[in-house]
Design a protein around this ligand. Structure first.
Ligand code: MRU
Length: 361
């Protein structure tokens, strides 16, 4: 693994469409670049990874995070596996790809985009295993790049749909980071806000998720500020008060997994925001690509909720905030019931949570 402060790709290579990107594949397909999101907003730095195991560790440790972005990173990890197995016959190739897939899939449990991307890569591997090693590698790289491009296109499509629902002016609250940093580029929830602003609406963003991981403060504020979109950070406990005062016009969040009945798993704290929104009569929208919809999961009770390390809550920037010997709880996600959600925006269209399956096609 190596580290650089500049985007390590030529501008024409970046699929994110921005000057920064959560994950990119090198032109030769031999390296994966991840923006080291744990160091934002202080340092903008990229790590270069060369094995599927390094990519899996980057996902586990949250160098890259966000449901669509970890799916893309995993697909790029599968390209590294296909490259390393160029000299193998069909059986050796499949064995290597399945091993890499299992490693990547196990790196985080809640966001379904991860297993979705790995499953698609493995389906391609089974289909082209008998072919020449160089050809398999090139096909896997083309597959992963297409997955990345499709995600950016999906963000733009759901952005256009969602933008029409936002008011012409005022503050929109978002929780955690569902922006360019969490996706292939442009963002899901932040894509909706970006599209509304591009359409001429005068919006500003209230960004929360200040604990456990400060992703509203560190990431959403970083990318919106960088892109010139007005943003203020809220400590999570402030959201209710601002809603009571009428300051919040709408809420848009992303999702890590959407069950068949429209229940939505998203960053811990989303459920509390949705309850507050209902109490105050404020629309609560979810934006996510179809790869986040898991029709095989009937409802939110069946979604696996990741429990992360206690120290990620107990320490801030290495400094202890909880007495030594006391455990801090760290469920990383919660489930917002479908009944609290006004509408879900996807690249396939918009729906109330109860009508979501209609978009399955
Ligand atoms: O733990 P993370 O950062 O991977 O979780 C990501 C989130 O929960 C995001 O807020 C999100 O909405 C899903 S990614 C667009």
């Amino acid at each position: 693994m190596s580290v650089t402060n500049l985007p390590p790709w030529a501008p024409a290579e970046a699929l994110s469409g921005a000057s920064y990107s959560a994950a990119e594949l090198s032109a030769d397909g031999d390296r994966v670049f991840l923006l080291e999101q744990r160091e934002l907003p202080v340092v903008e730095r990229y790590v270069t990874l060369t094995t599927p195991a390094e990519v899996a560790e980057g996902i586990r440790a949250m160098v890259v995070r966000g449901a669509p972005a970890i799916g893309i990173a995993a697909a790029y990890g599968m390209v590294l596996a296909a490259r390393a197995a160029r000299g193998e016959g069909a059986e050796g190739y499949l064995h290597a790809l399945r091993r890499a897939g299992a490693l990547l899939d196990a790196s985080r449990p809640t966001a379904v985009n991860l297993s979705w991307a790995v499953r698609r890569a493995l389906a391609l591997a089974e289909q082209h295993a008998p072919r020449d090693g160089e050809q398999r590698f090139q096909e896997m790289a083309a597959f992963a790049r297409a997955l990345h491009r499709d995600d950016v296109a999906a963000c733009r499509a759901m952005g256009r749909l969602g933008a029409a629902h936002l008011p012409d002016e005022g503050a929109i609250l978002t929780h955690c980071n569902a922006g360019a940093l969490a996706t292939g580029g442009y963002g899901t929830a932040l894509g909706v806000i970006r599209a509304a602003i591009e359409a001429g609406k005068r919006l500003r963003v209230l960004a929360d998720e200040t604990r456990p991981y400060l992703q509203g403060a560190r990431l959403t504020a970083w990318e919106l500020h960088k892109d010139g979109i007005p943003v203020e950070v809220l400590a999570d406990s402030m959201a209710g008060w601002l809603m009571q005062r009428g300051e919040v016009k709408a809420i848009v969040v992303g999702a890590d997994r959407i069950a068949r009945n429209g229940d939505v798993a998203n960053k811990i704290g989303t459920y509390a925001v949705a309850c507050l929104a209902r109490h105050h009569g404020i629309p609560f929208y979810v934006a996510a690509p179809w790869s986040t919809v898991d029709l095989a999961t009937p409802d939110g009770t069946a979604i696996p909720i990741e429990e992360r390390a206690s120290d990620e809550v107990g320490l801030i920037a290495g400094k202890r905030m909880v007495p030594e010997g006391v455990r801090a709880r760290h469920p990383a996600f919660d489930v917002t019931p479908a009944s609290l959600i006004t509408a879900i925006f996807t690249e396939r269209g918009e729906a109330t949570p109860g009508e979501l399956a209609r978009l399955a096609g």
